[in-house]
Design a protein around this ligand. Sequence first.
Ligand code: CU
Length: 321
Amino acid sequence: MTLRIETRYDERGSGDDAHGRRKVGNLLVGKHALHRDEHAVCPEMPRARGDERREVGEGARNHDVERRARHIVFDPRDDCLGVRQGQLVKITLTNNGAIPHSVDFHAARIAPNKAFTDVLPGKSVSYTFRANDPGVFMYHCGTKPVLMHIANGMYGAIVVEPKPGVLPPADRNYVLVASEWYLSSDGLKAPAQFDMAKAHARQPDWMTFNGYAGQYVKHPLTANPGDLVRFWVVDAGPSLDTDFHIVGTILNTAYPFGDLNPADALHNVQTVTVPAGGGGVFDVKIDDPGLYPFVSHAFAAVDEGQVGLLNVGNVKGTMSH
Ligand SMILES: [Cu+2]
């Protein structure tokens, strides 16, 4: 797989989108992107193949470039990748921004001083790694101050599917990237900027799954009763952990820290921490139709937007969590 990443660092905005979802962060994305509700589903994961070519369709200032299915951008709302264990992954980062950037893949075992090196504006870096370790991994810009680059949304998740037969097949796979946002204003009248003082104090304005506060409350994820639903969760931070919990049920199987060795799994646990910069995989089977909130049970995170709903059985109604 060849993955080309371009930075779009220079644009910032926050506010409410057409669906009333709170959007935050550094990126003013086109309306077409805001209307996509399937961001939590890693679209490539079930179809990862060895020869796919992925390219990035958006330049640093272009809102209107078509997004094609396999394009990715350095954007927390869009950057879910899937490969198979053992697959060769070639990364090319092209910096279309105004300051240096880089890309650190946690799924790689590679000398970071070579691979994750700063790329000056207008330049590129390429490296290759073999995704030998299954799990769900963060990737992010690792240029100083890393706190600022991550807090501006320069991160994503890559699922490395284990070899067939290691995990029971899931009926639904959802990828959630948790993160928090530290902003200089509400962004409603003018684009918000990153606020370093808030970031150092770890006092976010918003906490999100996949870049929008509460988006899956308005647009719940779905499952049928009895489905095996697998959540692949990365916490991009930059600084706060996510205490993953699903209200109204118990996690049937948890793979803490994304260790997919079944011998290491936990069973029938209520809440599992996903550390900043880490991952976790959680299987749940829910028989009773209803609306099941998934949250970070560090509840300030819920008030700040890190909450969604799993609608089991296509039931009607809303949920106040
Ligand atoms: Cu950066």
